[in-house]
Design a protein around this ligand. Structure first.
Ligand SMILES: Cc1cc2nc3c(=O)[nH]c(=O)nc-3n(C[C@H](O)[C@H](O)[C@H](O)COP(=O)(O)OP(=O)(O)OC[C@H]3O[C@@H](n4cnc5c(N)ncnc54)[C@H](O)[C@@H]3O)c2cc1C
Length: 532
């Protein structure tokens, strides 16, 4: 082991939600903490995400007048996800989750509110709730960070308006109603002028929401406790003291620098979405290589943990959180990945397979839609799937990165991202499906669609699906006929939002070795903790 340049109590590798939360907790206990981040920004995938957390029986549920109990959550999870090998983990999550939220709210800048109308994904199951378990982060004014705002990773450009304006979810409905409702038009005008003023002083809008607000709030909490964050520093290795992790070796610029950790090292490097070797090994073959996660998720934490002797936990029911995604090129030449998290449930779009047939309830969760794509692919990657809609849908809801009310959609047709045809048979030919099959698929879907009926898969049959649809669309928020030419198709791929395989841990989150023994730590409070 090289002699250490410096010594901290705790070293955290990775400045996403996981790492910054761990750093905030350690700093609040008076420990000297160093966060090492390999990019120039805090936020990782967190800054691109919805930033929502699922915490049953949290205190905010009760304050919002909703009811929930841990016993109901146990019932819900038992009917939804098989018990993990270590049953204590689930119990610990359910028992300590509300406490963790309360701690963050009392000791950091992080603030949540319950999404009252966001039901559990499988609302028909025992113990499910109609809302309140999902907590969303309150918006944050980036100006409060001063110059440090420039260190918060910007959101995905496709999720902003006018090149940098984030939108609070409740304002989406107002923006959709511009010109139809005076209240909404005034609200939209206020939002746009506020943004214009912000842009006079900042490279992007400073009103932050969703995961970007979470990243900014956590970063503000670290700055308030004078936690050091070392940017552009890649952790090369863990340094061992016997079989205990005693610190890290980082590459900063051109030099290797050893740093010691008295109490522990936290691995929070954000998963392996962009490591093709691990993807090949741990994902089903049909999953391919498309990821909506930040490219910094290259599995570093897993590799570091393995070198220290940690065991890999491959027990997960699914190795990733899935979403269908479309691909495109940005004006600057970079490849964009648009996660179709919300648009598949809107009324008037369906998903079809290579033969031109529907294969899934598109209004189910994005995870379920991809599970169906994977089943349909029979182990083969790159099987074509498409979203199909008409011109009325494209105008009202947009599709993928194409925003609603887009007049000049032809540039997306020209780039090959959007396939356009005046008739369904012609569209079928363009996507190499059998015209008669696609025509029959559409006829079957359209049959009862005007009355909101969709008998084949039951679109809109649960409150979860209706919540993702367009609540203002009657009688079924998830069903409308597809009739108005031109018709459009957009290619979608199975993609991940993040990975769900990490190192083996016990109920105290201590990392386990292959022989099942916890890795030794210097004090009970210090541990290697790895999410990825
Ligand atoms: C569009 C989208 C929406 C999502 N919405 C939600 C949601 O609403 N709710 C939810 O629970 N999940 C959601 N997810 C998933 C969620 O965002 C991630 O699971 C979560 O943010 C991961 O947090 P993290 O702290 O583990 O990793 P990250 O936020 O990715 O942070 C990891 C950090 O570690 C750094 N790093 C990596 N390797 C090294 C190294 N060797 N040395 C130093 N630093 C390193 C990275 O640069 C990065 O900054 C969503 C994902 C996407 C893409």
């Amino acid at each position: 082991m090289m002699p250490a340049d410096e010594t901290y109590d705790v070293i955290v590798i990775g400045a996403g939600a996981g790492g910054m939360t761990a750093a905030a907790v350690a700093a609040a206990q008076g420990l000297r903490v160093l966060v090492i981040e390999k990019t120039a920004f805090v936020g990782g995938t967190t800054a691109w995400s919805g930033g929502k957390v699922w915490i049953p029986a949290n205190a905010r549920v009760k304050e919002a007048g909703l009811s929930d109990t841990v016993a109901d959550a146990v019932r819900y999870l038992s009917g939804t996800v098989p018990e993990p090998g270590n049953a204590g983990l689930r119990a610990a999550f359910l028992a300590r989750g509300p406490e963790a939220i309360a701690w963050l709210e009392a000791n950091t800048e992080v603030r949540f509110q319950p999404v009252k109308a966001c039901p559990d994904c499988y609302p028909e199951r025992l113990g499910a709730t109609a809302g309140g378990r999902v907590l969303e982060v309150l918006g944050f004014d980036g100006r409060r960070l001063g110059k440090a705002f420039a260190r918060v990773r910007p959101p995905l450009p496709e999720f902003t308006l006018f090149d940098g304006m984030m939108v609070d979810p409740p304002d989406v409905a107002h923006l959709r109603s511009v010109g139809k409702s005076l209240r909404s038009t005034l609200r939209a005008a206020r939002l746009v002028s506020r943004y214009a003023l912000q842009r006079l002083r900042s490279a992007r809008g400073t009103s932050l929401y969703l995961g970007n607000a979470l990243a900014a709030r956590l970063y503000a909490s670290l700055l308030a406790r004078q936690v050091e964050v070392l940017f552009d520093a890649d952790v090369e290795d863990l340094s061992m003291q016997g079989d205990r992790v005693g610190g890290v070796v980082i590459r900063h610029g051109s030099r290797d620098r050893p740093i010691a950790a008295r109490r522990g090292v936290v691995l929070a490097t954000g998963g392996f979405s962009h490591d093709n070797v691990l993807r090949k090994r741990l994902f089903p073959a049909a999953a391919g290589f498309v990821s909506a996660a930040n490219p910094s998720s290259t599995g570093d934490g897993l590799r570091l943990a393995a070198t220290a002797g940690a065991a890999l936990d491959t027990d997960a029911i699914s190795p990733a959180y899935w979403t269908p995604a479309s691909l495109f090129r940005r004006a600057d030449g970079s490849r964009g990945v648009f996660p179709h998290i919300a648009d598949c449930a809107k009324p008037g779009v369906i998903a079809i397979n290579t033969a031109g047939r529907r294969f899934v309830n598109e209004a189910a969760s994005h995870h379920e839609v991809v599970l169906a794509m994977l089943r349909e692919s029979h182990g083969k990657p790159d099987r074509p799937f498409y979203l199909l809609c008409d011109s009325r849908f494209l105008w009202a809801y947009g599709l993928g990165r194409i925003k609603p009310f887009t007049r000049h959609y032809r540039r997306y047709v020209a780039s090959g991202e959007l396939i356009e045809a005046l008739a369904i048979a012609q569209l079928a030919t363009k996507i190499r499906a059998e015209p008669s099959v696609l025509t029959a698929t559409l006829a079957r879907y359209n049959e009862g669609a005007k009355e909101g009926r969709e008998g084949e898969f039951g679109r809109g049959s649960t409150i979860y699906q209706r919540h993702l649809g367009d609540i203002g669309h009657k009688p079924n928020p998830c069903v409308a006929p597809i009739l108005c030419a031109p018709f459009f198709a957009m290619r979608i791929y199975p993609a991940d939002l993040g990975t769900a395989i990490g190192v083996k841990v016990d109920a105290q989150a201590r990392v386990l070795r292959e022989d099942g023994a916890p890795m030794p730590v210097s004090t009970p409070a210090a541990t290697i903790w790895a999410r990825s």
